[in-house]
Design a protein around this ligand. Structure first.
Ligand SMILES: C[S@@+](CC[C@H](N)C(=O)[O-])C[C@H]1O[C@@H](n2cnc3c(N)ncnc32)[C@H](O)[C@@H]1O
Length: 191
């Protein structure tokens, strides 16, 4: 029986592939790329069509790209092939996550929230490894669904014992596929 989120996202990527494929790597990643090592293992969790995963692979990291949408991963693999990059892409349901311990040098989680992944990311990073997190945060003036939106300050709390390299909470302006909303961004290093 297909997972309802997989069906929903497959349909969305089929409909909107041009939009997703034209996105640039997320600014949090490009602005802080100098923190990335040029070798080791990277994970892009909920990678979509692989724009950020390909950026990591281009940087020299052996990159694993996970998503529940098989269609998105097909586009991600095609993109990696076109750029002559190696990408390990796996269909995965991150609502029931498992990752090997002390394995990744960097984990990125962009525009996706599944709270069950956070303790798993923490243990899957090597000591000294980096987490880049950029996702939606509840605004006090809106009735945002707490399942998909972080509470104010919540992200920093999850990584309170890591070295915080960057942390912001902002508003993002509306775009063609979403209304104005809050965003929380964090880069932190595992002790
Ligand atoms: C808004 S997109 C973000 C894609 C990409 N990270 C980016 O920044 O553009 C959210 C992604 O989460 C994936 N997703 C949703 N539920 C998931 C789950 N349970 N497990 C894994 N991926 C999931 C969707 O397929 C989609 O690719």
């Amino acid at each position: 029986m297909p997972h309802p989120e997989a069906q929903r996202w497959d349909a969305r990527y089929r409909r909107e592939s041009d939009f997703w494929l034209e996105l640039e790597p997320r600014q949090l990643l490009t602005s802080y790329a100098h923190f990335l090592s040029a070798e080791g293992r990277a994970l892009d969790a909920a990678c979509g069509v692989g724009i950020n995963a390909c950026f990591l692979a281009q940087h020299g990291l052996r990159t694993f790209a996970l998503d529940i949408s098989e269609y998105a991963l097909r586009l991600a693999k095609q993109r990696a092939r076109n750029l002559n990059l190696a990408l390990e892409a796996l269909v995965t349901d991150l609502s029931n996550p498992w990752l090997p311990a002390n394995y990744f040098d960097v984990i990125i989680n962009f525009h996706f929230l599944e709270r069950a992944t956070i303790p798993v990311y923490r243990q899957a990073l090597k000591p000294g490894g980096l987490i880049f997190f950029d996702t939606f945060r509840k605004r006090h003036d809106r009735n945002d669904n707490p399942v998909y939106y972080l509470d104010p300050g919540e992200l920093k709390g999850w990584f309170h014992d890591f070295e915080i390299i960057h942390y912001t909470e902002n508003e993002v302006l509306p775009s063609e596929n979403h209304s104005e909303r809050g965003l929380a961004q964090l880069i932190a290093r595992k002790p």
